[in-house]
Design a protein around this ligand. Structure first.
Ligand code: HEM
Length: 516
C-alpha cells in the first residue's frame, strides 16, 4: 500500500510530469529567484516577487494534464515547481507548508472570511431564506456561531448525542449483516461509501431534526430519497454553474437543475422544521415541558429567526454528510490494507470495553489508538483538501512577503499534510505518529483537517463521535478485508476527497453479534 501510494504520486507528480510541463525550468528558476534577488537588495518583498502561475498555465494543467479532478495533487505538483508560497493562477496566494499555515492562522481576524460564497447565497436571496454558518459573514456570523457552538462544539455538550448515534450505529451494523448475507460469498458488502452516506445522513439528521428519516431501512422512504437526489443534483451542477456565464442560464440546463436541487433540499428541511415548530407550540399550549437537544433548542431557547433556522439546518446537513462518510470510507479502506494496524485497533477496543457492552460517547473518545487512527486517516485523505482565508482588516507579512489587506490565501491542506519534513514517509499510514508517547509528535499545523480557530468546523465533535462510534462497532464485530475486485483506490477531488471507484469490502464475522 505504502509503495503504491508513493509510486502513484511519483508517477503523477514526479519526474515524468515535471518533464512534460509547459513551463521551462529556466522560467521557474527565474521567477523563484526574483524573490531572493530582491531580498538581497534589501527591498521589502511583495506579492509581485512571488513565483506565479498564469491563468493559461492553470487551464492547461486542469484540462490537458488532467488535474481538474485531482486539484489536491496539483498542490504537490506546484509545490515542486514553485516552492512553499506562490500565486496560484486564481488571483490568490497559495501556502503549502505547516510553518506558513501557522504564520497565516496566527493573523486570524475576529470574523474570519473564506471568500466569495455567492454560489450558495444566490438561491437563499431568491427565496428569502436566511444564511447559515457557511455563508453568513461578519458580526452576524459571530452571533450565529455563538448560538450553534453551544450545543455542538463543546465536548461536554456533544457527548449527549451518544445515545442517538449509537441507535443509528446499531441499525447500520444490522444493515451490514443483511447486505453481506445477501452476497455470493456471504460476507461481501459492495460500494461501502454509498452505505456510509446513508449512515452519515441518518446520523446527522437524527441529531438535527431529533427524528429518524429512514435512510437505513431496506427501502428508503420516498421523501428522504428525493432529498438525497436533490443534494446530488445541487452538487453535481455546481461546477457547471460556476464556469458558465450568467447570460447562458436560460439557455443551458445547469442553472435550472442547480436551483431545483436547492429547492428539494430546503423543501425537505423546512417540512421537518415546521413539524417540530408545531409540536413545540402544542406542548407550550398544553403547559408541557419543551424537551429536545438541537432543533428544539434553536427554535425555543434562542433568538434565531425561523428563516435563519432554515438556512442553518440546511447548511449543517450538507456539511455533515459527505465529510464523515468519506472519512470512514477511507478509514475502512486503509484498515483493510494494513491488517497489523487493524489488529492493534481491535486489541485496544477489546481490552477497554467488554464484548457485551455498547460503548458510551465518553468511552469511545478516550481510546488513544482509535483517535490516532482517525487523525492519520484525515492526514492522508484530508476530506476538505483545500480551504481559503481573506484577511480584510490589515496588511500582513507571511513568509517574509508583504501582503496588502483583502489578499486571498489558498490553504493547500493536502500538500501540507504530506509535507516530508513534518511527516517522514508521508504516504504511509502510521497512526503511531499521533500517539502521546511518541516524542516526535508532528507540528499540529501539519494536519488541521477541521480547520482552525473560531471559524473552524462547528460539527467537529459530532463528526468525531460518529466516526469513533461506527469504527469501534465495526472493528469489534468484523475483520475487514480487501476485495480483489476493488484494487488500489485513488482519490478524486469533488469538493471533498472521494475514492475514484466503488469500494467493496469483506466483513468477516468475529462472532460477537449477539453480545453487542
Ligand atoms: C470528517 C468530518 C468533517 C471534516 C473533516 C470537516 C471539515 C471542515 C473544515 C475544514 C471546515 C472549514 C473550517 C475553516 O475554515 O477553518 C468546516 C466547516 C464547517 N463544518 Fe465541517 N467537517 C466535518 C464534519 C462536519 C459535520 C458533521 C458538520 C455538521 C454537523 C459540519 C459542519 C460544518 C459547518 C457548518 C462549517 C462552517 C463553519 C463556519 O463557517 O463557521 N462539519 N468543516
Amino acid at each position: 500500500m505504502a509503495a503504491w501510494l508513493s509510486r502513484s504520486v511519483m508517477q503523477r507528480n514526479g519526474s515524468w510530469l515535471l518533464s512534460t510541463r509547459p513551463t521551462s525550468v529556466a522560467q521557474i528558476w527565474f521567477r523563484g529567484a526574483s524573490g531572493a534577488l530582491s531580498a538581497l537588495q534589501d527591498k521589502p518583498r511583495t506579492v509581485k516577487d512571488l513565483p506565479h502561475v498564469s491563468s493559461w498555465e492553470l487551464i492547461y494543467r486542469l484540462v490537458f494534464q488532467g488535474f481538474y479532478k485531482r486539484m489536491h495533487e496539483l498542490q504537490l505538483y506546484e509545490k515542486q515547481l514553485y516552492g512553499s508560497i506562490y500565486r496560484d493562477g486564481l488571483k490568490a496566494v497559495a501556502v503549502n507548508t505547516p510553518k506558513l499555515l501557522e504564520e497565516l492562522m496566527r493573523n486570524e481576524e475576529k470574523f474570519p472570511r473564506r471568500g466569495d460564497m455567492s454560489l450558495w447565497t444566490e438561491y437563499r436571496d431568491m427565496r428569502g431564506f436566511g444564511y447559515g454558518p457557511f455563508t453568513v459573514e461578519g458580526e452576524k456570523w459571530y452571533n450565529m456561531r455563538t448560538v450553534l457552538n453551544k450545543r455542538m462544539l463543546h465536548p461536554k455538550e456533544s457527548v449527549q448525542y451518544g445515545g442517538v448515534i449509537n441507535e443509528v450505529v446499531t441499525d447500520f451494523t444490522n444493515r451490514i449483516y443483511y447486505l453481506r448475507q445477501s452476497s455470493l460469498t456471504g460476507d461481501l458488502v459492495t460500494d461501502i461509501a454509498n452505505e456510509l452516506y446513508r449512515f452519515s445522513l441518518e446520523g446527522i439528521a437524527s441529531i438535527l431534526f431529533e427524528t429518524r428519516i429512514g435512510c437505513l431501512e431496506k427501502e428508503i422512504p420516498t421523501g428522504t430519497q428525493e432529498f438525497i437526489n436533490a443534494i446530488v443534483q445541487m452538487f453535481s451542477n455546481s461546477m457547471a454553474v460556476v464556469v458558465t456565464p450568467k447570460w447562458s442560464r436560460g439557455l443551458l440546463p445547469y442553472w435550472g437543475r442547480y436551483i431545483a436541487g436547492w429547492e428539494g433540499i430546503f423543501t425537505f428541511a423546512k417540512k421537518l422544521i415546521d413539524k417540530k415548530m408545531e409540536e413545540i407550540q402544542q406542548r407550550i399550549d398544553n403547559n408541557q415541558d419543551v424537551e429536545g437537544e438541537y432543533l428544539t433548542y434553536l427554535l425555543s431557547r434562542t433568538q434565531m429567526s425561523i428563516k435563519d433556522v432554515y438556512g442553518s439546518i440546511a447548511e449543517l446537513l450538507l456539511a455533515g454528510v459527505d465529510t464523515t462518510s468519506n472519512t470512514v470510507t477511507w478509514a475502512l479502506y486503509l484498515l483493510s490494507k494494513y491488517p497489523q494496524i487493524q489488529d492493534r485497533l481491535y486489541e485496544e477496543i477489546s481490552a477497554q470495553i467488554a464484548a457485551d457492552q455498547i460503548p458510551s460517547a465518553e468511552e469511545v473518545t478516550r481510546l488513544p489508538y482509535l483517535r490516532a487512527t482517525v487523525k492519520e486517516v484525515l492526514r492522508l485523505y484530508p476530506v476538505v483538501p483545500m480551504n481559503a482565508r481573506v484577511l480584510t482588516e490589515k496588511d500582513v507579512v507571511i513568509g517574509g512577503y508583504h501582503f496588502s489587506k483583502k489578499t486571498t490565501f489558498t490553504l493547500c491542506h493536502y500538500a501540507i499534510s504530506h509535507d516530508e519534513d513534518t511527516f517522514p514517509d508521508p504516504f504511509t499510514f502510521k497512526p503511531e505518529r499521533w500517539l502521546r508517547d511518541n516524542h516526535d509528535r508532528p507540528n499540529p499545523f501539519g494536519s488541521i483537517p477541521f480547520g482552525f480557530g473560531v471559524r473552524g468546523c462547528v460539527g467537529r465533535r459530532i463528526a468525531e463521535l460518529e466516526m469513533f462510534m461506527v469504527l469501534f462497532r465495526l472493528i469489534r464485530l468484523f475483520e475487514i478485508k480487501p476485495d480483489p475486485t476493488t484494487g488500489d483506490l485513488k482519490s478524486l477531488n469533488r469538493t471533498v476527497l472521494i475514492p475514484d471507484r466503488p469500494l467493496n469490502l469483506h466483513f468477516v464475522d468475529r462472532g460477537f453479534r449477539n453480545a453487542a
